[in-house]
Design a protein around this ligand. Sequence first.
Ligand SMILES: Cc1cc2nc3c(=O)[nH]c(=O)nc-3n(C[C@H](O)[C@H](O)[C@H](O)COP(=O)(O)O)c2cc1C
Length: 204
Amino acid sequence: MKIAIISGSHRNPSQSEKVARHIEATLQAEQPGMDTWLYTLADNPLPLWDQSLWEDNPEWNARLAPLREQLAASDGFVIVTPEWHGQVPAGLKNFFLLFNRFELGHKPALIVAVSSADGGAYPVAELRMSSYKNNRICYIPEHVIVRNVEKVLNADAADNDAGADAYFRERISWALGVLAGYAGALKPMREKVQLHHDKFGNGM
Ligand SMILES: Cc1cc2nc3c(=O)[nH]c(=O)nc-3n(C[C@H](O)[C@H](O)[C@H](O)COP(=O)(O)O)c2cc1C
């Protein structure tokens, strides 16, 4: 099985990428045989959606092909998103315009929101409300909000709030186990059920 981790911050470096790298290391250490792929939106590697994407533009196809391949080969996702002005960053919303049900559809995803203070709830609500309709990504009921992120998951223990750091390491580890369970359970479902219907290409 394979889990793709998307780090949604445009900043480089960013706290979201720190969290994403911790998540990748945890999956590799705790989920035997699990393959991982981390993709970061640092420095905006993806152009904004434009109409030619729907017109078989060869430039778009060449650019997206390797990403489509990685996403299509994944059985689940971790979407790491900072809260920026109470929202998901524009680059992450753009990501959800560029990839579709053939890459993301009917695969479980864990939302991990990141805040330097006590925020982080708004991006969870936003992703659950408006990012899944056409691509059919399946957000699992569990999510994680890493608050006061600068004080946790740092390589140097001296930079961490020990109590909060231990809590988030344990919570992330547990949530990833739940995600892995959904990934294993939904894989045979996708093989058994006719998921794509010509008439119902988009969600309602
Ligand atoms: C443009 C911008 C807007 C932000 N707005 C919020 C916010 O609304 N709520 C919040 O908790 N943190 C906010 N922050 C702080 C982030 O939580 C903080 O930068 C944190 O490290 C996560 O972002 P990062 O992954 O880009 O580092 C904002 C940061 C930026 C750059």
